[in-house]
Design a protein around this ligand. Structure first.
Ligand code: DX5
Ligand code: ZN
Length: 217
C-alpha cells in the first residue's frame, strides 16, 4: 500500500493545452501521463475563469485515464455533485474556501471519489493538519492559484517535507511551476503526484518530457 501511494504519477493540467483542439491534446498526451488535471476557476476565489462540469462531461469520454478536478472556487459544496456526475475520479477543495472542510471532504468520499484538500502557498501545514488527516490526498500549491505558467515557489518544499514526515502514507500532490528542474525537488521532498501544464503542453515530445518529470532519465 505504501509503495502504491508513493508511486510517482504525472497529471497533465489542461489549462496549458491548445483549447481549440482540447480533445486531440488529451489523446496525444494520454499515453504518457497517469491522469488529467482539470482546473476549475470561479472568478471569485481566484481572479480567473476556466471551465465547468459540462466541459468535463464532454471530455471524460475522451481520456482512458481518470480526471482529477481541482476546484479553485468559493463554496465548492454546490458543485460537487455535478462534477461527480461528469466523471471526476478525484476532487480537491481549497482549505481556505471551506468553513466546514471535514463535512465537504466527507461528501466527496460518500460519492466514492477521492477527496483532496488544497493548501495555498500562504496556508500553514499546522492549520490544515486535521483536514489533511481526513483527506485521501493533499494538494500543495507551489504557485498562487489562478494561472498557469507561473514560477515555482521553493518555499513550499519545507511544507511538503513536514507533511511527508507526519503522514508517511498520504498521497501528496504538487501543482504549479513543475518542470524538469523543479520535479526532482518536489519528489525528493515527498510529493508523489505531480501536476504539470506548461511543461507538458509547450513541447511536442510528450513522451520525453513525461519521463523526465518522473525523473527516470
Ligand atoms: C494553477 C493551476 C495549475 C496550473 C499549472 O492555478 O492550479 O494546475 O495549470 O500550470 P503550470 O504547470 O503551467 O504551472
Ligand atoms: Zn491545478
Amino acid at each position: 500500500m505504501k509503495q502504491q501511494n508513493h508511486a510517482i504519477k504525472i497529471q497533465a493540467s489542461l489549462l496549458a493545452c491548445d483549447m481549440g483542439k482540447i480533445q486531440e491534446e488529451i489523446s496525444a498526451t494520454d499515453p504518457f501521463v497517469n491522469g488529467i488535471h482539470f482546473d476549475v476557476m470561479d472568478g471569485q476565489f481566484v481572479p480567473n475563469l476556466s471551465f465547468g462540469a459540462p466541459v468535463l462531461q464532454h471530455l471524460s469520454t475522451t481520456s482512458e485515464l481518470g480526471f482529477d478536478v481541482h476546484l479553485m472556487c468559493e463554496n465548492p459544496d454546490i458543485l460537487l455533485e455535478s462534477f461527480v456526475k461528469a466523471g471526476a475520479q478525484a476532487i480537491s477543495v481549497h482549505f481556505e474556501a471551506c468553513p466546514n472542510i471535514h463535512r465537504t471532504l466527507q461528501v466527496i468520499k460518500n460519492y466514492n471519489v477521492l477527496a483532496g484538500v488544497v493548501l495555498n502557498p500562504g496556508t500553514s501545514y499546522h492549520a490544515a493538519y486535521e483536514a489533511i488527516k481526513f483527506a485521501d490526498y493533499v494538494l500543495v500549491m507551489s504557485v498562487n492559484p489562478g494561472f498557469g505558467g507561473q514560477q515555482f515557489l521553493p518555499e513550499v518544499l519545507e511544507k511538503i517535507r513536514k507533511i511527508r514526515k507526519n503522514f508517511p502514507d498520504k498521497i501528496i500532490q504538487i501543482d504549479g511551476g513543475i518542470n524538469t528542474k523543479t520535479a526532482p525537488l518536489a519528489i525528493k521532498a515527498g510529493a508523489n503526484w505531480l501536476v504539470a501544464g506548461s511543461a507538458i503542453f509547450n513541447t511536442d515530445d510528450r513522451a520525453t518530457i513525461c519521463n523526465r518529470l518522473r525523473n527516470t532519465i
